[in-house]
Structure formats: structure tokens, C-alpha cells
Ligand binder design. Sequence first.
Ligand SMILES: [Zn+2]
Ligand SMILES: [Zn+2]
Length: 131
Amino acid sequence: MGVAFKLECGTCHYNSIIYEGIGFMYISLKSIASFVTDPVLKQVIGEFMEDGSVSYDAYKALYVCPQCDGIQNELYIEMQSDRSQYRRVCNCKRCGAEMEQTPIEHNVPIRLTCPDCRKSELKAMFCMDWD
Ligand SMILES: [Zn+2]
Ligand SMILES: [Zn+2]
């Protein structure tokens, strides 16, 4: 099960709901492949599924851009088989930089700068559990 929280800026109108953790769709690679929209990732998952001996770790994560403070809520996935391994890297949609996962403490992320005005720190509120 995962948690959802709402991020809000006190200075501008930025707000978004972020999902974090593991939902029921993450129980198998087949199920993950069914909701993934990135065609490249879909293909990679398909190749691993054919390998048979795959172990994987997948969850929804909060990513922050170290360059422009952009925030994205993306699927993290790593897979390992006898033949190959894969680890998903998330790039910022605004500037293309490689994003960093932000740790969550007590159901909310630790300090984040507003990606829009970049003047205030975002307030995070726990919303709900999801699965
Ligand atoms: Zn703001
Ligand atoms: Zn960026």
C-alpha cells in the first residue's frame, strides 16, 4: 500500500497530489506493463518477462530536479535477470536533467522548493492511503 499527499505553495497557486509507494498494480511485471505508457519501458519489461528468472522492485516515487526544482511523480522500477539488468532513470520534463528521488518521512516528503515560483517551501499534507 502507498500514501498520497498534497503539496501546496504558500506564495503562488502551485499544488499537486503525489502518490508514493506500492499499489496492487505492482504485484507482477505483467500488471506493471499493462499501465506503463512509455513505449520504451514497456518493451524493456516485455524482454525481461521472457527471461523467466526476473526479480524486480517497483514503486511510485516522488522525483525532484536538482537544477530547476521541477517535481514529477513517476514509476521507479529496477529489474534483474540472469542475462541483464535495468534501472529506470527519470529525467526532468522541463530541463532534461536527471532527477533525484526524494525521501518521505512520516508520510510527507522532506523539504521541497516550489517548482513554479521557487520562492517558498512547499507545504505537504498527508491525504490518504491508496492501493
Ligand atoms: Zn510557488
Ligand atoms: Zn529540471
